[in-house]
Design a protein around this ligand. Sequence first.
Ligand code: PLP
Length: 400
Amino acid sequence: MKKQKIYFDYAATTPLDASVLKKMMPYLKDKYGNPSSLHQFGREAAEAIDEAREKVAKFLGCKSTEIIFTGSASESDNLAIRGLVKALRRQKRAGERMHIITSSIEHKAVLETCKDLEQGGVRVSYLPVGPDGLINLDDLEAEITPETDLVSIMYANNEMGAIQPIKKIGQMIAKSNKFEEHLTYFHTDAVQAANWLDCNVKELGVDFLILSAHKIYGPKGVGVLYAKEGTPLHALITGGDQEWKLRAGTENVAGIVGMGDAIAQLNDAASLRLVTLRVKKLREKLVADVLIKIPGSKLNGPKNSEDRLPNIVNFSFEGVEGEALVLALDQEGIAVSTGSACTSSALLPSHVLMAMGLSDLEAHSSLRVSLGKYTTLAEVNYFLKVLPKIIERLRKISGR
Ligand code: PLP
């Protein structure tokens, strides 16, 4: 029998959409100009970037001049947070400390950046989350002081899919900004949200929002930073004048074209609704069947399905090592993950699951299944057929 090849790791990266690749190809071959060059080759490349920028701006409901292309979402997170700190530092009086509020379940691109800034004297408050993976708005309100410079809360979590109330947070910050001379800026990492949720920056009330092309069926190596007009921001990579002097370096033209095309597909609301409904249905079946068929299984993350992304589920299986489970499923041709791709080689329990109050053992026995627009019912059924047998076998081996 032909070995299965089932991809259930869309939160780690998505396949490149064939039509996106087609749009990129000319810029990898014949249209190779440097966008900074004045001649026709350069102009052609610059126009392609402008077009892509317009498409991203349309998706986010902002001006194209508010869009900065970077090399990854991690870089965009860094540029937003460090770039703001760098800009504000120049405005502060000597000895005046900076303050950032973030959550304990952010992606490492935010958490490690904040930890690094702490070394440089920035005060950082890490908000806890409940067992459902959601922050408490009262905790946030209590933490915001007249000195708070930045709130950075992710839109949706990459390990268990919890959706944070970004719009409410935006309103809370806008309210506190009304009465203060000092402004608190608001950054959200919308990498996992972009395929499913409204990312209109005005609706959300954010000053910074970041995206990654390779999570929306675009190419790897392209990130986006939305920075609201007038928001203080300094470049981290200095050199040429590219990207409004905020990110030097010759642009990844083909990648940016790919990002533009991938995001244009998300602008098609009708087809997006259909994909969302289909994936939600597959997820509901997957969750219900796993919990019924496998004793000692537990769903991690929000209980209310409206508080979670349609495509990410995270389980813990009593008496089973997550890594062993990933490898056993891989042998059956099914690609899943234990946590975020960036930390899964570290073999440390996931900081997200630990923050939600799971024990070390529960966190080590976790499995993330993430679906996408190409997932089929046949693939879900195959997974549901092999998973119980694998778990039974692994439990026998471990004697638990
Ligand atoms: N933020 C979130 C929520 C993510 O899931 C990821 C990727 O796993 C990133 C940031 C980093 O994205 P990139 O690979 O483009 O740096």
